[in-house]
Write a protein that binds this ligand. Structure first.
Ligand code: XIL
Length: 495
């Protein structure tokens, strides 16, 4: 791709570059147009099927190059194994500590990965000061925690585990006794309402273990979710931890499906399966179950190598202690590749447009964000893609022009996306320009499966990353729409 030496490159040079890349663009178009095909990594294959494939990682291990190398190569979502829990983020009441969480979150976002936030409220891993509290003061402290942490991470989190493990293992589907439960049974809905207010763009999940099959505990959760949906308590997803022994429950898929049928997404959030002769087969069964449920949006394994696992001795993960792929890895990748691309679909992108919101537009092909090059506020400044950092030069607001058409306004400059000089050509340059509500500044926005296509009203061509480039600084232009992944944009609400 053209290198940027100035914010606004010369038109003659641009035209020459476009001619030079026209053939490339057409070739890439064919490659990108292919339906779900065999991916070579877990994240890539899952993405082909509208899902994510994530791992829990520990900030303290990120300096281990084998560990980080596997993570970067294989996964497109992350959960902080411990760094975003209450004891880590609010070690003293009212004093918040985000350094370790930030290491994980910022690393993931800069690489176009999703982040599962884990966990806002839980009976375990509470800071000592909270363990010693009760009643209204604990309730207030808990809700304040939810608000503060969800506000801090607003715009960066795909899904939050708002509440973790609030049901008991008593065979009756009761709530677990805890200091939080003793503040009143409505503590869970209060937490979900506070989380929604703090980060309206994040999916809000309830997460638990031993809820993977249809049993008294999962039915307790099911009844709570059904009640929340009936009463309008904000809940979007249910997480199934899926810490398994050597076998998978025979009704696993049916259980996921009954939750999905309540109108929530389901996610497999902490998968690990004890080593044994059935391990690879069991991983395959988990992948097949998720792919069979259209609202199962992703899978997260709880660690990278067996030696990283919290389940010492169980060797329950996909990579051995040396970082080699195990048979379980191959079975998992093969099961992903064998699956169809029905469903998933929820990639965290907004499914409708709120004209009061600010969005980062993340390209489906590259995972990079629509960006005003070099933080320019000048008329004619170039629009490119860049690694996502949520800066003002990557934030955009939709301004209604009527008939479902919008201008797309930069938070940095206040200027709007504009097809330069009203070009109607393939490769026509997209720049920023003062808002004149011109037809070359209006885009028809269509959102499907969580991805938006922006079609210019003047030219009829769509906004794309030229040539499907993955590079920082790659040019954003208009081109004939062919539903390429480089023409699809996730709208991630950040404000
Ligand atoms: C575990 C971590 O993996 C350990 O490092 C930590 O000592 C304890 O917590 N359910 C959850 C996770 O929701 O947060 C737990 O993680 C595993 C069980």
């Amino acid at each position: 791709m053209t290198t940027h030496t100035t914010a606004r490159r010369g038109w003659a040079r641009r035209a020459a570059a476009l001619l030079a890349t026209a053939g490339l663009a057409a070739t890439t178009a064919l490659a990108l147009a292919a339906p779900a095909h065999a991916g070579t990594t877990l994240g890539q294959s899952a993405a082909e099927r509208g899902r994510y494939f994530g791992a829990a990682i520990a900030a303290g291990r990120m300096s281990d190059s084998t560990y980080l190398g596997i993570f970067n190569r294989e996964f497109n979502s992350v959960t902080a194994e411990n760094e975003m829990k209450w004891d880590a983020t609010e070690p003293n009441q009212g004093q918040f500590s985000y350094a370790n969480g930030d290491r994980i979150v910022n690393h993931a976002i800069s690489r176009g990965m999703k982040v599962r936030g884990h966990a806002l409220l839980w009976h375990a891993q509470q800071p000592g000061w909270a363990q010693n509290m009760s009643g209204q003061s604990l309730r207030n402290a808990a809700i304040n925690h939810v608000t503060r942490v969800a506000t801090y991470y607003r715009g960066k989190i795909h899904s939050w585990d708002v509440v973790n493990e609030a049901f008991a293992d008593d065979g009756r589907g009761s709530r677990r006794d805890s200091n939080l439960q003793r503040t009143g049974t409505d503590w869970i809905e209060a937490a979900f309402r506070a989380a929604r207010a703090a980060d309206p763009g994040a999916k809000l999940c309830y997460n638990d273990y031993n809820t993977d099959s249809i049993n008294a505990k999962s039915t307790g959760v099911y009844n709570m979710v059904r009640d929340f949906k009936a009463r309008g308590v904000p809940i979007d997803c249910v997480g199934f931890q899926s810490h398994f022994g050597t076998t998978i429950p025979s009704d696993y898929r049916a259980n996921l499906q009954r939750f999905a049928d309540l109108g929530v997404d389901v996610q497999i959030t902490e998968l690990d399966i004890e080593q044994g002769s059935n391990q690879a087969n069991a991983y395959r069964q988990v992948v097949e179950a998720c792919l069979a449920v259209s609202r199962c949006t992703g899978i997260t394994v709880w660690g990278i190598r067996d030696t990283d696992s919290w389940r010492g001795g169980a060797n329950p993960l996909l990579f051995d202690g040396s970082g080699n792929k195990k048979a379980a890895y191959t079975a998992t990748l093969n099961a992903l590749n064998a699956g169809n691309n029905n469903g998933g679909g929820d990639n965290g992108g907004s499914t409708s447009i709120d004209t009061n919101a600010w969005y980062v537009l993340v390209n489906r092909s590259s995972g990079k964000a629509l960006d005003v090059y070099n933080l320019s506020t000048a008329d004619g400044a170039d629009i490119v893609q860049w690694s996502r950092n949520n800066g003002n030069q990557q934030q955009w607001q939709f301004v209604a022009s009527g008939n479902g058409n919008y201008r797309v306004k930069s938070r940095l400059s206040g200027k709007v996306l504009d097809v330069y000089a009203k070009s109607t050509a393939n490769g026509g340059e997209v720049v920023q320009w003062p808002d004149l509500n011109g037809t070359n500044q209006q885009w028809a926005v269509a959102i499907s499966n969580g991805y938006a296509t922006l079609r210019n009203v003047n030219s009829g061509k769509v906004l794309e990353v030229q040539g499907g480039s993955a590079a920082d600084g790659a040019n954003v232009v208009q081109y004939d729409g062919w539903n390429g992944s480089n023409q699809q944009w996730q709208l991630v609400r950040v404000g």
